[in-house]
Design a protein around this ligand. Sequence first.
Ligand code: NAP
Length: 277
Amino acid sequence: MQISKTLLITGVSSGFGRALAQEALTVGHKVVGTVRSVQARRDFESLAPHGAFGRILDVTDFDAIDSVVSEIEANVSPIDVLVNNAGYGHEGIMEESPLSEMRRQFDVNVFGSVAMMKAVLPFMRTRRRGHILNITSMGGFITMPGIAYYCGSKFALEGISEALSKEVKQFGIAVTAVAPGSFRTDWAGRSMTRTARSIVDYDDVFDPVRKAREEKSGKQLGDPRKAARAMLAAIAADSPPVHLLLGSDALGLVRGKLSALDDEIRAWESVTVSTDG
Ligand code: NAP
């Protein structure tokens, strides 16, 4: 039987966050969802008048996060599950993309997620239970030209999630890094930021990637509702995974990456071990 839990999900206005909130409400969980406007809060709460609680929060408003979490703990319910979902993709060739774009990408995808985790952990640690899901990406394992800042942010979140899982397991707190492949959300549409092109040398490597992404937007293989059900299965598990890939594209590409990495490690093994002693 499904045990009812309270989930705090960042970014429930669309995509994975919205789908997870809807599926969680359907099976009887309580959901506190963060949004960034009064209208979005109203829309979200109308999903389930007694089960959906909206809170307005930009995850880069670092000074506000602790008080928002404390208020939820006091006025809604203890948080059983935090889902760090809020995030966006920056697209741009690294040499062309200003550092300010990288800072923004890391502020939202990495620092925002870490600040949320730091806010819920004291409560979860005191209770000796809890589960944190960080939505990373297959871009936290594989890379392609034109999304260096995005991949960097998701590699960072993968690493932080895995290390944190080793720190908090002793307190009965699980951490799962969820790495989706391509899904039909607003990620490659309204949410993506794109740095303007300026160096023609990169046209050949980058133009086809950008064009393919634009053409595929809205037609991706993955169904966010099915991703939501997969995440609910991880939340219900006695031993949740530390890493969870979602989508057959993620599976194939990440396996290919790990195998190519292993090949390269083997090819250079004698040089690698030559530095001992
Ligand atoms: P989405 O439909 O664009 O949803 C993104 C959500 O994040 C929106 O609710 C958005 O709120 C919120 N958000 C963005 N910046 C925020 C900020 N600074 N503070 C608070 N909320 C913020 O895209 P999505 O695909 O569901 O994205 C969810 C997560 O999945 C992201 O971390 C993304 O990187 C990851 N992901 C997506 C895919 C994919 O193929 N779709 C694949 C791998 C990973 P607003 O409505 O206010 O903008």
